[in-house]
Design a protein around this ligand. Structure first.
Ligand code: SAH
Length: 222
């Protein structure tokens, strides 16, 4: 089995092990195909490449991490990506999650708080020809109003609460997937769905461990 197929098998195994929590026996085939296609080794630091296809998070510098492949696959599946959709990601990090999404949707906008990470990701997107991703440095708490509303929003750092500004940038019938909880302690992965009237429903998916969302103290009125 090659490295990528081993990673895919590990994701499938974890999906099966968590089926009681997530209500899913397997993830969408299209999502798993996208996971096969994106070369995760190109998104991790050179000295960690030999671990690139392990089903675990890895450090990417600036005290940040590239998420675990199983979590990337699960969050992507929860967003229900479709070819006509536009997605906003908060927390570009390595760019890996955005690359996976870019194969499944029309356009991905991704915001990163740490300028050096954003610039590195922009370079990767160019070199690897992920041409439907636009990234910039910014504070995800404010969203990216110029391109709103979005069909889906994914946050890959843990906020202490559901950011209302981002809910406002979600279309009716849009989906938002995000971890919420205290820094480095108990966090839950949530799925927020807006109905066609704009009302929201939140479903708790499972316990997770993400790096904290930064920049709350920079918000206007703080
Ligand atoms: N999706 C990433 C995972 C990155 S970890 C990947 O596939 O590699 C979370 C990222 O969120 C970090 O890079 C961190 O710098 C960023 N982040 C934290 N707070 C943020 C904020 N308020 N706005 C935008 N990005 C933020």
């Amino acid at each position: 089995m090659n490295d990528i197929e081993r990673m895919i098998a590990d994701i499938d195994m974890e999906v099966a092990a968590t089926r009681e929590l997530t209500g899913r026996d397997s993830l969408d085939d299209r999502v798993m195909q996208a996971m096969r296609k994106v070369p995760r080794d190109k998104f991790v630091p050179r000295d960690l490449r030999r671990f690139a296809f392990d089903n675990g998070p890895l450090p990417i510098g600036h005290q940040q991490t590239i998420s675990q492949p199983y979590i990337v696959a699960l969050m992507t599946d929860l967003l229900q990506p479709e070819k006509n959709k536009t997605i906003l990601e908060i927390g570009t990090g390595s760019g890996y999650q955005a690359a996976v999404l870019s194969l499944l949707v029309k356009k991905v906008y991704t915001l990163e708080f740490v300028a050096a990470l954003s610039e590195q990701a922009a370079r990767r997107f160019r070199e690897l020809h992920y041409d439907n991703i636009e990234c910039r440095t910014g504070n995800g708490y404010l969203g990216w109003p110029e391109h709103a509303p979005y069909d889906g929003i994914i946050i890959t750092a843990a906020a202490t609460h559901i950011p209302e500004t981002l809910v406002q940038q979600l279309k009716p019938e849009g989906r938002m997937v995000l971890p919420v909880g205290m820094p480095f302690s108990h966090q839950e992965l949530l799925l927020l769905e807006r109905d066609r009237h704009g009302n929201t429903q939140v479903t708790d998916i499972l316990g997770v461990a993400f790096v904290p969302m930064l920049g709350e103290e920079q918000l206007p009125g703080r």
